[in-house]
Design a protein around this ligand. Structure first.
Ligand code: MD3
Ligand code: FE
Length: 205
């Protein structure tokens, strides 16, 4: 198996300083006041252990009807809040995408929350990268290949780390095995917040 560094997976340790992480957390928690975290239900009817909300024109949701992007919060019916400027700046700095992101999924991992191995396939154009930013407790992230049976590697994602998924890695299987409780003091009440920036809709123009 080719090393992760040759597959389109790029880890950027400490992409955000401690001060930048604290400032971004304020931007996130302010928006969560009007777009609260909720616990999504899979199409199979199982509540996820991860809580979610979204920022941007389009938000990723799952319910009995399936997975999709939509423009409104499922509980409030309001449009999602805007994407924090610091995240738009990171997208411009760390990716070569020629369009801004239109979706920012916000995942909250408390306690024993995890995310099983999956692919991200609900976006219109896989040529756009995905940019992930981690805040709070360190996650044990698993990255595999295009086939579910491909070998996987384990990577720790700490607070302030960013990772960019492009090329072959864009459709790689991945998940969060567990979060190391107490490894950071950033998130009030403990846990981890992950922000993923995507272009969910087609390229503009
Ligand atoms: C690899 N989130 O929201 S972020 C997701 O930490 C998701 O909350 C995880 O998987 C989290 O879909 C992992 C890192 C990440 C994000 C998107 C990817 C890795 C990826 C897309 C393709 C391949
Ligand atoms: Fe994913």
């Amino acid at each position: 198996m080719a090393p992760l560094s040759q597959t389109g997976f790029r880890l950027v340790p400490a992409a955000l300083s401690a001060g930048d992480q604290a400032a971004l957390l304020v931007e996130v928690l302010t928006r969560v006041e009007t777009a609260p975290f909720y616990r999504p239900v899979t199409p199979g009817g199982k509540p996820m252990s991860v809580e979610m909300t979204n920022f941007g024109a389009l938000g990723w949701v799952t319910d009995a009807k399936g997975y999709r992007y939509q423009g409104a919060h499922p509980l409030t019916g309001h449009p999602w809040p805007d994407i924090p400027a610091a995240l738009l700046a990171l997208w411009a700095d760390l990716t070569t995408a020629d369009a801004p992101p239109d979706a920012c999924l916000v995942n909250l991992y408390r306690d024993s929350a995890r995310m099983g191995l999956h692919q991200d396939r609900d976006e219109a154009d896989f040529a756009f990268p995905v940019l992930s930013v981690s805040l709070g407790d360190t996650a044990v992230f698993r990255l595999g290949g295009l086939s579910r049976r491909d070998p996987t590697a384990s990577v720790r994602l700490a607070s302030g780390d960013a990772c960019v998924l492009s090329g072959p890695a864009r459709l790689a299987h991945h998940g969060i095995d567990r979060v190391l409780a107490g490894s950071s003091r950033l998130v009030p009440g403990g846990g981890r917040i992950n922000l993923t920036l995507r272009r969910a809709g087609p390229a503009p123009g």
